[in-house]
Design a protein around this ligand. Structure first.
Ligand code: GLY
Length: 574
């Protein structure tokens, strides 16, 4: 079974053996000595900054930065807190990507989930070869091997300066003592109750949660306490692993102890492309997001003339964006999957000549006919993102996910955490759309140990080696288009960061044909709607187009903006 090139760290097989405690202590002392002797980055900014999806995680990041922790320390603490206070997407039962700028160097940590060893290409098909509705979406059948705890651990091992226990403490506190529940969390919970009822144990764990009331999760608190004490081996080898395996054991494609033991993260080379004097450092496969973002930015450059003078969010602007996005999604479906399982034509997809010819195909006035958009070379409002920069100029752009809201809806009994439903990001059957309406081909078919294609696009723009923008968002298939639109709002239209994030965003993804999705937050209506319909577009409302968390650095001062679409907030740390 191929999971990754990196061997797992061998550790104790039970949590009774605290394998890393002594090592952690001496390691921590070395890190502190390094910090005190000025090893690594110098003071470069007047402040650190955080844009986080809720106030609890923002508070925790602020406290870590105030204690002189770095951006990675803060990211680890935030990720664990969100697993408690933002259960619809924050997680320890899912996976994600962390884009890190540290001491001037780019790093990209892939902690995406992967398929268990017994997974098969046809596991979601019935005897007639048809996709069984909902099987890859709700319940224990939809769960992939979680990567988050391993990812946070590996980031800590490489860059952390504060103790692991210290970074988990706030999450443990919020789980055991509780946090006050936000209205939006209840709204999202209520949307999912009917889907999960009878199929999962979700209601038993989250049914009592009430707006404005304190919600406690003692099982989760105990799990986090064990992870704080015993480290990564607790989740993948210890009592938590045992509970997880027991929960899924009666399913015909279980996650086994071997699956957990063998799970590894991968440090990947990020995609780096020059654009308008910036280095765009973004997500490589198994995300399609970085390729999508760069294709959009570069094709738009080719069409500079066509975009010149086009008013922001006018019918022509939405049309041009849709024409570009259509081609990106055609390539996504045909060419992208797990790079450890097949060679992907990334260089060719980003080649200037290819992007030029692709951009030149577009119809400047009306939607191109779908049949005319062939793959060129011959994913919901879930997931969550945070952006952090420390005073030394180190930055983290992190997107992680349970896939859809509250993932599979399955809570690990005794351990109190939700499991993902990221198996639905595979193509269950080539040519048949998943819950985001995305189609795929064999390249993203299910295989043991394989990572499913993602759209998560944690991105950092640098200029002259310094961080200029840290950006990302949830939104499944809408992620990279949302980031593209916000970058354009800032770059082309000179908007303030707050306005750039708050503006209406649209989405187009090739299929359904000529459909532009709008968001109830900022509907397409009036003249704009009439003009787009007149050009042949079908306008559909769906979710919101993301929840951007972004930081921009102006000289030596960061500013941050959180998307008004959700409950995010920002902090500056002097
Ligand atoms: N599950 C959403 C994504 O990976 O893009």
């Amino acid at each position: 079974m191929k999971i990754s090139t990196k061997k797992p760290v061998q550790g104790a097989s039970t949590p009774e053996i605290p394998e890393h405690d002594a090592a952690e202590e001496s390691w921590h002392l070395i890190q502190r000595a390094k910090r005190e002797t000025g090893y690594g980055a110098k003071l470069k900014l007047k402040a650190g900054a955080v844009a986080a999806p809720d106030r609890y995680s923002a508070d925790v990041a602020e406290a870590v930065l105030e204690e002189d922790g770095n951006a990675v320390d803060a990211a680890i603490a935030v990720a664990f807190v969100l697993a408690v206070t933002y259960p619809e997407a924050g997680n320890i039962g899912g996976g994600g990507f962390m884009n890190i700028h540290f001491d001037g160097q780019p790093y990209f940590l892939d902690y995406r989930e992967c398929a268990p060893a017994q997974a098969t290409r046809d596991m979601y098909l019935d005897d007639a070869g048809e996709v069984v509705p909902g099987k890859s979406v709700v319940g224990r059948h939809s769960v992939a091997i979680p990567g988050t705890v391993r990812g946070l651990w590996d980031a800590h091992q490489r860059f952390g300066t504060m103790s692991w226990q210290r970074l988990l403490d706030p999450a443990i506190r919020y789980a055991k003592q509780g946090f006050v529940v936000h209205r939006q969390l209840i709204e999202r919970r209520d949307v999912m109750l009917a889907d999960f009822e009878c199929k999962t144990n979700f209601t038993r764990f989250f049914g009592a949660m009430a707006q404005g009331k304190v919600f406690r999760q003692p099982d989760l608190g105990n799990t986090l306490t064990r992870i704080a004490k015993y480290g990564v081996s607790e989740f993948y080898l210890g009592a938590t692993a045992e509970m997880l395996v027991r929960q899924l054991s009666t399913y015909d494609v279980p996650i086994t102890r071997d699956d957990l033991r063998n799970y590894c993260t991968v440090w990947r080379k990020p995609l780096i492309e020059t654009w308008n004097g910036y280095q765009v450092v973004t997500a490589p496969p198994p995300s399609s997001g970085g390729i999508g973002l760069i294709q959009l930015l570069k094709m738009k450059e080719v069409l500079k003339g066509a975009f010149a003078g086009v008013a922001h969010n006018s019918a022509q602007y939405v049309h041009l964006f849709s024409e570009l996005a259509k081609r990106v999604f055609a390539d996504r479906a045909e060419y992208l999957g797990d790079p450890d399982f097949q060679t992907l034509p990334v260089d060719r997809l980003l080649h200037p000549a290819y992007l030029r010819s692709r951009a030149m195909e577009i119809d400047l006035a009306a939607p191109s006919k779908i049949g005319a958009v062939k793959p060129g070379l011959q994913e919901s409002d879930e997931t969550t993102h945070f952006s952090i920069i420390d005073k030394a100029g180190n930055a983290v752009s992190n997107t992680y996910t349970l896939n859809s809201k509250f993932g599979s809806g399955v809570v690990v009994e005794g351990a109190g955490f939700l499991l993902n439903n990221d198996m639905d990001d595979f193509s269950c059957k080539p040519g048949v759309a998943n819950r985001f309406g995305l189609v795929g081909t064999d390249i993203n078919a299910i295989a043991p140990g394989k990572r499913m294609l993602s759209s998560m696009t944690p991105t950092i723009l640098t200029k002259d080696g310094q961080v200029s923008l840290v950006i990302g968002t949830p939104g499944g298939s809408r992620i990279f288009g949302s980031i593209f639109q916000v970058i354009n709002n800032v770059h082309d239209f000179g908007m303030s960061l707050t306005q750039a994030v708050a503006e209406m965003r649209v989405h187009h993804q090739l299929l359904p044909v000529d459909t532009v999705y709008w968001e109830p937050y900022a509907p397409i209506e009036g003249v704009l709607a009439e003009e787009l319909i007149g050009r042949g577009y079908n306008l559909q409302p769906r979710f919101t187009n993301g929840d951007i968390q972004v930081i921009r650095v102006n000289d030596d001062m960061p500013e941050a903006a959180a998307d008004p679409r959700a409950r995010g907030t920002v902090r500056l740390v002097n």
